[in-house]
Design a protein around this ligand. Sequence first.
Ligand code: TRP
Length: 449
Amino acid sequence: MSSQRGEFGSRFGFIMAAAGSAVGLGNIWGFPTQAASNGGAAFVVVYLLLAFLLAYPVLMAELTLGRHAHGNMITALAKVSRNGTQRGLGTLVGIVGIFTASLILSFYAIVSGWMIGFGLAYPLNALGATDASTWLSEFSFNRNLLLMLVFMVLTMTVVAGGVEKGIERWSKRLMPALIVTLVALALYVLTLDGAAEGLAVYLVPDLSKIWSTDLIFNAMGAAFFSLSLGVGTMLIYGSYISDEEHLPTLGAQVALVDVGIAVLAGFLILPAMYVAADRGVMIFNEAGGLLSEDTLIFVVLPALFDSMNETGTVLALAFFGLMSIAALTSSISMLEVPVSFLVERFQWGRLQAALVATVIISAMSTAIVANFDLLFGLVITVSTRYSQPLLGLALCLYAGWVWRRDLLLKELAKNEPVIEPTLFMKWWPWYVRFVCPTIVVVILVRTIA
Ligand code: TRP
């Protein structure tokens, strides 16, 4: 390997970085309530299956393409192309990928900024700075803008540090901190009144609820977002893996950590919601479903923390700290997509590339903050519901059809003297060729219809 390009220094470092990308706001604010409302443990099992049946094979396509090229998505798709048309289309797909990653970051940074704001609001309030605390926790243009910029600067600082000294180093610090905080919070909340009921809602399986095709396809879409697929995030992380590593195992470990943390988050979120209900907080919407997503994070849980005085301040600090960490290890992986492109295509230094990408994305984000009602939902829909699956489809087609199969197998078994006919080797090339594209097309058709 040339020492010019960044490379992850260790297997653990790669797993922390890739799992850090995967584990984000989605795992904590989406998965637990979705599971509880849709069959509890039965849903958890179905989600695990879907993650491995759809998301894992696509993740493998990205990691393999990336490591093969040791370059960004455009380089990788060109490298496996066999003619000019394929190369041209590959460039187009790569550019759309870079744009989509930037678009996703432009809304993600706004929400992540709110996490930092709430995290600061509690201790400030406890210290008597009530005005600042209120300002940080109430919706306003200035607050949204300032916190978004703070979050973008944090993200830029990590990415500018480089693959090993920035992304890997911070992921190795932050991910263990996230897991310890999550476990500690869950253990504490489980001792409170009402927690047992939440646990039951989360875990008692209800098989009758999971046989809805809508639900299954939504869950697949969620798994796609959760594993950061389509836009070249995992591809570029794959390009920093050493040729000695066995990719199928690494990919499986990343997927397991992602799903594992989503499941673990359920042991915190559902008990916490029912503890809140026990203290008189409303946890259901008008239709009788559990409140979720932004309402869960910014209304229900704060109401719980408010009811607990000093303990509430500590819990809030831990919880929003946890959310900020989850967001940061994800956002650095999004920013790495345009940054790696600028570095590789124009031979820019990392700092310059990180600065320019941050300025552009912050400008996009500012446009969303300024036209929040119009743009926020629209950007999320376009980037995650249309663009992301479409790009995932293109990646499957390149891995399954464009790339010569013997070369693909050789890449997968790079460090092995002979290509072992393992289960993965036998099935995956076929699977990524036929099954994955079919599933993604069905998801897209259902989104459009
Ligand atoms: N997977 C992260 C989450 O669950 C978000 C994320 C990081 C992402 N990188 C991405 C989503 C790339 C789509 C594409 O919150």
